[in-house]
Ligand binder design. Structure first.
Ligand code: FES
Length: 62
């Protein structure tokens, strides 16, 4: 479980592959992994309607 503060109107890319060094945010590590493994991981884009803190989790995060 990761807790992050997100700001109103700002776009965030959340890692879905679990390889990012900046979890929970995507650092584009999925691109190399996809090329090498023929997978199709993509980040999940979110835009908040307010500045707030959220808890997020993924089964791919260690
Ligand atoms: S690094 Fe995991 S989705 Fe981009």
């Amino acid at each position: 479980m990761k807790k992050i503060k997100i700001h109103k109107g700002r776009k965030y890319s959340i890692c879905s592959c679990g390889l990012s060094n900046t979890l929970p945010l995507c650092d584009n590590a999925h691109r190399k992994y996809n090329e090498e493994n023929k997978t199709n991981y993509k980040s999940v884009k979110i835009i908040s309607e307010e500045t707030t803190k959220i808890n997020i989790n993924s089964s791919t995060w260690k």
